[in-house]
Design a protein around this ligand. Structure first.
Ligand code: SF4
Length: 527
């Protein structure tokens, strides 16, 4: 059956911009830069009406402020919804989550949640605490606490169980001998895979909204042992000594928080210093396009756009990596306009995100995986990316951190969903690699399941490893119907996986070097 063609008119677009409180400046930018062609909106709406409120915006309008934060913000939203007849249940249970993690949601997202059907809206699960998110034993204790102090003590203990630095991330901090012969530990960097270095910059330790599944909750919560890079000079010194690095990835928190002045400090040496001519790409990992896209539609953002253009004109790829999980995050005029604005300044846009139960993977009424509905979410997302020129970089298996048990499903289910996604997409629109999970050893892809003799096995491959030579091997693990973590798989007909001895040696050396650097108190505090 053919979809009925839906047309957008100029008047409808103007009404929509008014509904979403576009300022006169935003409207001018949209018009002058042709960011919302009616033909594009019509095609998106015709093909994917099920994800869009563009023809039928919410009646409830969140416009009092930009964002709602913490318990107070949560309660304000609940009260406002109640006044409009939308009753959110189990408030104390939901608030348990906020005691352990954090809550922040923007007006942009609140205006996109379909409040007529919020129990089925992935955006609601992405940003709002659910009653059963925090593990049962901790939830009951927190609910039973008699005083604030008692509750805080329980929460403090429980946080240790939430594995904030999974995958031994603290071993990824690089060390080098500086120009004075001193050992320096780079406190906000992670250099695990040879070609890319992660920078957790001191300016990017916040987010535009908080994802309930956050896998960097140590950063977001501001734990004492969070990563935070102060000195850019130190980063530049490190990059000059490591010619194998081609990509820098500024992350957080959210790299969308970096100011143009600080971003300039990173990129000018990369553009001008021949000793840094091995750098090909400067990535920013951000959820700004999902949570606060209006930031990009202002003249204040022009300075940043001009820096992206400068990189592009100098043969260095400016890249923004988003984390879209569902078409519901894209099918709105603000995000579409922001994507098109970034692209017009030479930014290469990509998206990667984990496959998360309730958000981008769904169960049927019996609690079994709904393969068709789950796969369709990603197939449609990939095709919408294609329509907007966004690259589909990667899909991840959730890492064992935070409330992962709420968000994940067995690998066997994820494998079924991923297979359906992969074969349903044209090759150019597929994720650039097979579904992957990050472990201390590296990013391991689940290639699928097969049989050796009569034994069912999973086939695995390392995509990026602490030793990149490990990427050459396909290896096997016993098939396991239940586990959701590749780290729990047992090697097939072997005592250990082929890389385990070397991994142990590498980890021991890293640990020794980091302790050494700390012992000599040469941790740089240069500004
Ligand atoms: S954007 Fe990233 S760091 Fe921020 S809350 Fe979401 S997952 Fe966590």
């Amino acid at each position: 059956m053919c979809a009925e063609k839906v047309l957008f008119t100029e008047t409808e677009l103007n009404n929509l911009m008014n509904r979403y409180h576009f300022s006169a400046e935003m409207m001018d930018i949209v018009k002058n830069e042709n960011l919302l062609p009616l033909s594009l909106l019509s095609r998106l709406q015709t093909t994917y009406p099920q994800y869009s409120l563009m023809k039928n915006p919410n009646k409830i309008d969140f416009n009092e402020k930009d964002r709602w934060v913490g318990l107070k913000g949560f309660r304000e939203i609940v009260d406002k919804l109640a006044k409009h007849g939308v009753i959110i249940d189990k408030i104390p249970e939901r608030e348990v989550f906020i005691h352990v993690y954090r809550f922040m949601v923007t007006a942009h997202v609140l205006n996109l949640i379909d409040w007529n059907n919020y129990q089925n809206d992935p955006l609601f699960y992405l940003t709002f605490p659910q009653p059963d998110m925090v593990r049962e034993h901790a939830r009951q204790k927190i609910l039973a606490a008699k005083t604030d102090e008692e509750r805080e003590a329980i929460v403090k203990d429980y946080i240790k169980e939430t594995n904030p630095h999974d995958g031994k991330q603290k071993l990824n901090k690089p060390i080098y001998i500086n120009e004075n012969g001193e050992l320096e530990l780079l406190d906000g960097l992670q250099h695990k895979y040879s070609s890319v270095v992660l920078i957790l910059d001191e300016q990017t330790q916040n987010c535009f909204g908080f994802c309930t599944y956050c896998f960097r909750h140590a950063q977001v919560r501001g734990d004492e042992d969070m990563f935070a890079q102060k000195s850019i000079e130190q980063v530049i010194g490190y990059l000059k000594r490591h010619k194998e690095i081609t990509d820098i990835l500024i992350t957080g928190g959210d790299a969308g928080y970096i100011t143009p002045a600080r971003y300039r400090e990173y990129i000018i040496p990369i553009i001008e210093d021949p000793e840094l001519s091995h750098i090909r790409t400067v990535r920013l990992g951000t959820r700004v396009l999902s949570y606060y896209p209006e930031k990009i539609l202002s003249h204040k953002y022009d300075e940043m756009l001009n820096l992206f253009k400068m990189l592009y004109d100098n043969g260095v790829q400016p890249m923004i990596v988003s984390h879209f999980s569902t078409p519901r995050e894209i099918m709105n005029i603000t995000t579409i306009a922001a994507i098109r604005r970034l692209k017009s300044y030479g930014v290469n846009l990509k998206s990667q995100s984990p496959i998360m139960n309730h958000i981008s993977m769904y169960e049927d009424e019996n609690g079994n995986i709904d393969v068709d509905r789950s796969a369709q979410n990603w197939i449609d997302l990939a095709n919408i990316f294609a329509m907007l020129g966004v690259g589909f970089h990667a899909m991840y298996i959730p890492r064992p951190t935070g409330e992962v048990e709420y968000f994940t499903r067995p690998l066997s289910d994820i494998n079924k969903v991923f297979n359906k996604i992969y074969k349903s997409l044209a090759s150019v629109n597929r994720p650039t690699r097979y579904i992957t999970m990050t472990l201390s050893a590296g990013k391991i892809s689940l290639l699928g399941d097969t049989k050796i003799d009569n034994d069912r096995v999973f086939a695995l491959k390392i995509n990026e490893g602490r030793d990149m030579n490990w990427c050459d091997n396909v290896f096997f693990a016993e098939y396991d119907e239940q586990t959701s973590n590749i780290a729990n798989l047992k090697p097939y007909k072997a005592d250990k996986f082929f890389y385990e001895d070397e991994l142990e040696e590498i980890e021991n050396n890293l640990e020794k070097n980091i302790l050494e650097a700390q012992k000599h108190h040469k941790i740089s505090e240069r500004k």
